[in-house]
Design a protein around this ligand. Sequence first.
Ligand code: FES
Length: 475
Amino acid sequence: MQELLTITRAARLAGVSRSELQRHIHDGELETFEGKITVSNLLRLYPVIDMDSNPMLEKVKKIKLDAVKNKGKIDTALPSSTVLMSRLKEFSELLITLKFQLNQHDNLFKAIIQQVEVLQQSDNLETEINNFYQWLLEQNEQLQNNNSADNKAKLFVKDTFLRFVAAQVKFVPSGHEFFVEGSDSLLESAIRVGLKPNYGCSSGNCGSCKARLVSGDVKKTCEHDYVLSEYEKQMGYILMCSNTAITDLVIEAKEAKHPTDLPIQELRAIVKKKELLTDSLMILHLQTSQTKTLRFMAGQNIRLELESETVDYPIISCPCDGRYLQIQVKKTATDLSKKMFDDLQIGQTVLFTGPYGDFVLSSYNNPIVFIAQDEAFAPIKSLIEHAISTDTPETLYLYWLGEQYFDKLCRSWEDALDNFVYTPLTKLTELEQQLSQFLPTASDSTEFYLSGNDELEAILLNHGIHKSKIHISNF
Ligand code: FES
């Protein structure tokens, strides 16, 4: 039976992004069976398995970095992470040879059975046994002289190697999958790829990230104050913020499907930095306490309270880190705006509630078009950063009309990613022109996220885009 790989694992083995494989599937170049890919189909598309391809080296680099960060926590009796990785690589080479030989012997064994079946039918047994003996000698010589390894063996070994540095986790009942790298917690790894499991403090205090381990082994990464009952332990419950994966895991976890599934949270944060973008725009960097992080979806707002006045601000950072938040603040004629720009001090504590709003990504697998106008780019920035961190959408297009105060950042995304297309524009007529060229070629599954005035939606509707594909920010 053919071995089937999930898209996540196949992308890792081929050393490409999931979005690249999604593109091949979408273009009909890669066949899937119940959402999975066969090893031979993967090898057909990527015949050369590079044992040194980027993902592995990146993991090695990350492990080295983590080792430096966690200095002091490491058992000094162990060799350094660099030495361990080098030894693993050595063993990989040996394993490739052994796996190749095993495959060869397996094939030879099948061929011998066929030969013996022929022998059984033969009338001239003595001659046939002689022929069979000669044939066996030839096969043996070929085996001795054949030292090259086939791609199947390399793929097998690369998979084994990657399992050392990253374990695959599957959430049930959703079926969502992700990798846990190094000693990252299950929670941070899940959030990084865009999943929305339950959590509260991210530090083992509240118990909100409790989930049931169905199979596999985990290891505690830190002691936690929250106490699991004996019954919960027996049932396999763990805290996802305080455990990492040792082996591939299946975990029964509750996940938010819609913004309304997220509770409105009340938090305090410290003002870490005020960063002026333009004369009238500022990014406020906030940091919540270690025991409370904001659980939100990209594209949502928080409601800040200052001297009993409240105002909603868009979060422009990624939900991958709910403790360090960035919000965009616009200067207006109100007193609160003046206080935010002039009086708010670094180190001051502010109160806020949230998250609010439902301008969130509805799907991560389809091509996505973002259209922003002036400072209404704020929620789009959060959506793009999250979409990039999930590495799932086929292609991301950004059309930004007006003043592009994050122009450098957008250009760096375009330079770094082969699935990101950035088009800065100055006039609405330019946008119409661009869209009239692009839309006829867009796939039916494309989703549109608009943040600006009503004219943006009108342009899309005029081009026949169905309303259900258009998501509008209330910025
Ligand atoms: S215990 Fe609070 S998020 Fe894990």
